[in-house]
Design a binder for this molecule. Structure first.
Ligand SMILES: [Zn+2]
Length: 56
């Protein structure tokens, strides 16, 4: 039986320009205690923007 990993949780990545919630990704709280920022492609802005972590 798989052990539940409490350091892992899903986060949502939001585009700061249009506020679209474009990506969901699992995050390891132990490895990434800070708020994540990832340069991702936003289909609404049609360019790469620095997506920031939001709470689900
Ligand atoms: Zn956008």
């Amino acid at each position: 039986m798989a052990k539940k990993n409490e350091n892992r949780s899903d986060i949502t990545l939001k585009c700061p320009k249009c506020n679209s919630l474009n990506y969901r990704t699992p995050k390891n709280k132990h490895n990434d205690p800070e708020r994540m920022e990832l340069n991702k492609f936003c289909p609404k802005c049609r360019c790469h923007t620095v997506h920031k972590e939001t709470k689900n």
